[in-house]
Design a protein around this ligand. Structure first.
Ligand SMILES: [Zn+2]
Length: 254
């Protein structure tokens, strides 16, 4: 098989979820031995992406032969690095919905962290109980590390920078308005690096995450994100979707 044919063969296959990692190991080993070079990230990703179809091919006896020239390895000139034996990343990536259909996401996870799970102060999902059920949680909390970069959840202009709590001059929020999409997003517990009136791009930095430990000792540090569409608060998790390692959208996260 020519190099191009092998590439097409590998790249063109439909991604499919397969829990069996044995085949990936085998493919990895064969590429390693052929290249004499390290198995690198892209090669691994291709191998994982095509696992389902490759598995089927293996069962039918048509196992992809190691290319005479190690095509995948040739494509990459990253430095040699040993890869772990677990090729599937555990951390989800995040995919913002494309509201206006221009092919680009209109939302971004402000911290890259998962929605806050249960701790002594409650849960981080939309409409979780607050104050013993007296009020619903109006946002979604995204775990963070204090000091890390916080990015704009939507594109727009900075319409307000304010204080999350009266009398607390440390914990601030950044509000972004996008009149074209009729969206407003407010990210709380952010030390802003932007100013009111400034335009920001979704996914670009707006500040640094602030620790909540002084106000809520023991709480999971997070950015509280409120999104409103036409003035109505909506669940950010319906706009910022978790993606599994295979690229498919995961459900059931909260
Ligand atoms: Zn919150």
């Amino acid at each position: 098989m020519s190099r191009d044919a092998v590439l097409l063969h590998v790249v063109g296959m439909q991604p499919n979820i397969f829990p069996e990692t044995k085949f990936v190991h085998r493919l990895t080993q064969s590429l390693r031995s052929v290249g004499g070079a390290p198995m690198l990230a892209l090669g691994l990703a291709l191998a994982v992406g095509s696992l389902g179809a490759a598995e089927a091919a293996a069962r039918s006896g048509a196992l992809i032969p190691p290319p005479a020239q190690p095509a995948v390895v040739q494509l990459i000139d990253a430095p040699a690095q040993a890869q772990a034996d677990t090729p599937v990343a555990a951390e989800p990536a995040w995919q913002g919905r494309d509201l206006d259909g221009d092919g680009a996401p209109d939302f971004a996870n402000p911290t890259g962290g998962p929605p806050r799970s249960h701790d002594a102060y409650g849960d981080g999902f939309f409409h979780a109980s607050r104050d013993g059920g007296a009020r619903p949680h109006e946002g979604v909390d995204y775990d963070d590390q204090p000091g890390q970069t916080v990015v704009a959840p939507i594109s727009g202009y900075v319409s307000k920078i304010g204080y999350a709590y009266p009398g607390d001059s440390k914990l601030r929020y950044v509000e972004i308005e996008n009149p074209a999409l009729r969206l407003t997003a407010r990210a709380l517990y952010v030390d802003p690096s932007v100013q009111v009136g400034e335009s920001v791009q979704v996914g670009h930095p707006i500040g640094a995450a602030l620790s909540l430990q002084r106000r809520y000792p023991g709480i999971t540090n997070h950015v509280h994100l409120e999104i409103a569409e036409d003035g109505q608060r909506i669940d950010a998790q319906t706009m910022i979707l978790a993606r599994g390692p295979d690229g498919g959208v995961m459900t059931g996260m909260n």
